[in-house]
Design a protein around this ligand. Structure first.
Ligand SMILES: Nc1ncnc2c1ncn2[C@@H]1O[C@H](COP(=O)(O)OP(=O)(O)O)[C@@H](O)[C@H]1O
Ligand SMILES: [Mg+2]
Length: 338
């Protein structure tokens, strides 16, 4: 059987149809529909506040949708919540490990919670520890672990009861670049080794390159979906960034002389052209001495987001991310006192 045929026969392990979630006047999820294929890595991308965690929470049966449907492994996420819960593992943004227990104790506790048979627990926990590369630290308290070790332990814990889908909500948030890339190596192994589908969110666009398929969500709506390669083709060639002494005039010239629609972001203008290397010389010739700098790059998923929304995913996330941290801090201050 040809490959494309097999692809079509793959089961849709997650099916979302016209899902809406409102919190009072806020529409967090605004009529989204998508599918996820079994044993694939699905990336749900979008800036802070886009609706990613809300969508995951509905799929994990932690929130009721306002309208629309979500199915997981064939079960309705609203009306068959216990069947859904048995089919999933969750690693949320905030760690839920018990830091005063050892790594092994955390895993044993989870196995018990999910009714893993007693005679199987020890072996599964041992496998999880070695898979997470933590067998030497199994009996150390979790509070002594680095951020990367804790995250690997949480992922391994999420797999102990052999879920069909593992949800990872911003798994690399707060990790240093080295631990981020280690964690990704570890995560990309999962579908093959554990027969599990990965549903992950991130706002680091470059991390989404490892996904089989991606959906980009912004303000509660899916604005694009496809493979990383397919999405980058939306850009239609190379991306050129250019600084000039008069960006407004440069944009007008590019439109008049080359039919290129360039946009301005901060003090730079950017545009896509089918062949950057051949268009740059003529652009520079036309704009003359007003050109201060030019750079070209192959399109990234960040460019895709920029093109679709006119904004960069990072900067938006940066400010609102620190707002979130500040509100968590003040919440804690209030509660610590009381
Ligand atoms: N429990 C809640 N009550 C009110 N508003 C909420 C609640 N949870 C999320 N929201 C709002 O819904 C929107 C989407 O939030 P969320 O799903 O957490 O986004 P993301 O995970 O993409 O950052 C935001 O505007 C957020 O403020
Ligand atoms: Mg979130």
């Amino acid at each position: 059987m040809p490959d494309y045929y097999l692809l079509h026969l793959r089961m849709k392990i997650v099916v979302v149809e016209n899902l809406v979630k409102r919190f009072g006047p806020v529409t967090a999820v605004d009529g989204i529909s998508f599918n996820v294929e079994e044993n694939s890595i699905f990336g749900f991308l979008g800036p802070n506040g886009a609706g990613k965690t809300t969508t995951i929470s509905i799929l994990c049966t932690l929130l009721e949708p306002t309208s629309g449907k979500a199915f997981l492994n064939g079960h309705d996420c609203s009306s068959e919540s216990s069947a859904v819960r048995k089919s999933i593992g969750i690693v949320f943004q905030d760690s839920s490990l018990d830091k005063d227990l050892t790594a092994r104790e955390n895993l044993m506790f989870h196995a018990q919670l999910y009714n893993v048979a007693k005679q199987e627990r020890r072996e599964r926990v041992g496998d999880a520890l070695s898979f997470a590369g933590l067998q030497d630290r199994a009996d150390d308290l979790v509070k002594k672990f680095s951020g990367g070790m804790k995250r690997r332990l949480e992922v391994a814990r999420g797999l102990i009861h052999k879920p069909k889908v593992l949800f990872l909500d911003e798994p690399t948030l707060g990790l240093d670049p080295q631990s981020r890339s280690n964690l990704w190596e570890f995560i990309t192994e999962l579908p093959r080794r554990h027969n599990v589908t990965i549903f992950m969110t991130t706002h680091y666009m470059e991390e989404a390159e490892v996904c089989d398929r991606i959906a980009i969500i912004d303000k509660g709506k899916i604005i694009a979906s496809g493979t990383p390669q397919g999405l980058k083709k939306l850009i239609g060639g190379d991306v050129i960034y250019l600084k000039s002494t008069d960006n407004g005039r440069a944009i007008a010239t590019l439109r008049e002389k080359f039919g290129i629609e360039a946009s301005e972001k901060e003090d730079e203008i950017f545009m896509s052209t089918p062949r950057g290397d051949s268009s740059i010389p003529s652009i520079i010739r036309e704009l003359g001495e007003s050109v201060l700098s030019v750079r070209m790059q192959r399109p990234t998923l960040n460019d895709v987001f920029l093109k679709l929304t006119g904004k960069e995913i990072r900067e938006e996330n940066h400010s609102s991310g620190s707002d979130v941290k500040e509100s968590v801090r003040s919440y804690r201050r209030r509660h610590d006192r009381g």
